[in-house]
Design a protein around this ligand. Structure first.
Ligand code: HEM
Length: 217
């Protein structure tokens, strides 16, 4: 069934609705996620580590320390996403989306020991499917900025997706297609659950937790 033709009724089961109401809802969750988390995204963009990463002077040690930081965050958060089993109903193969494996691959390519890398605190803001979806939005959205980071780091540090840049290059040429899958899943979930506020709150908390984690030495 096309996602924009479904919505949840008071019993929580799916019912058909007219396309015009659904269209408004489609716009609403995606627009709200983008606009309401924009200050959080800006804070990350302007984080000293991200600024140094995108500077012409980016160094291999800095890049490696950022990969370790991201590993600490993703290895803490991703198991909490995997604890929910609604993903297949949204046509999401979560296993394909997890980034911990590519971070480990990058560190191994760069001969950096990945053992004993500290994890960020457990994501206590992920407590249900809606909060998992808000978190998922942030983790997947990062693949968009990842394309810019990939081009920059590839040219400055002479790395490639097969050699140290697997995490930031994520899905390669398929980033756009994968992002569309994520957007469709977010819309479908919002229509079914009417839990937009929880999704957005969780997306904000995810951005905040990552920024706080990057702040820590
Ligand atoms: C220097 C670091 C970063 C840069 C330069 C950057 C840049 C970008 C760009 C260019 C877009 C696409 C905007 C559009 O198509 O309209 C984007 C989207 C996004 N980025 Fe980043 N990004 C960075 C870091 C991150 C990080 C670390 C995260 C989260 C872990 C993140 C999360 C997102 C999200 C969720 C979106 C989707 C926004 C939407 O709803 O359209 N970004 N970013």
């Amino acid at each position: 069934m096309h996602p924009s033709l479904t919505t949840a009724n008071t019993q929580g089961t799916l019912a058909k609705t007219g396309p015009s109401g659904s269209f408004a809802e489609d716009l609403m969750i995606l627009q709200r996620l983008r606009t309401e988390t924009r200050p959080h995204h800006d804070r990350l963009d302007n984080h000293p580590l991200m600024v140094q990463l995108m500077s012409p002077a980016v160094s291999r040690p800095l890049y490696e320390s950022i990969l370790k930081k991201f590993l600490g965050f993703y290895q803490s958060v991703e198991p909490h996403l995997a604890a929910f089993d609604h993903w297949p109903s949204l046509d999401i193969n979560l296993k394909e989306k997890l980034k911990t494996p590519s971070l480990l691959r990058d560190l191994s390519s760069l001969n950096v020991m990945a053992k004993d890398i500290p994890s960020s605190p457990a994501p206590d803001w992920i407590h249900d499917e809606a909060s998992a979806m808000g978190n998922f939005y942030v983790m997947e959205g990062s693949t968009l900025g990842g394309q810019i980071i990939t081009r920059h780091v590839a040219s400055r540090l002479h790395l490639s997706p097969d050699n140290g840049l697997a995490f930031f290059s994520s899905y390669g040429d398929a980033v756009g297609v994968r992002w569309k899958e994520t957007r469709d899943a977010l819309v479908r979930f919002a229509e079914q659950s009417h839990a937009e506020d929880v999704m957005i709150e969780s997306a904000k908390k995810t951005f905040e937790a990552l920024a706080t984690w990057l702040d820590k030495n």
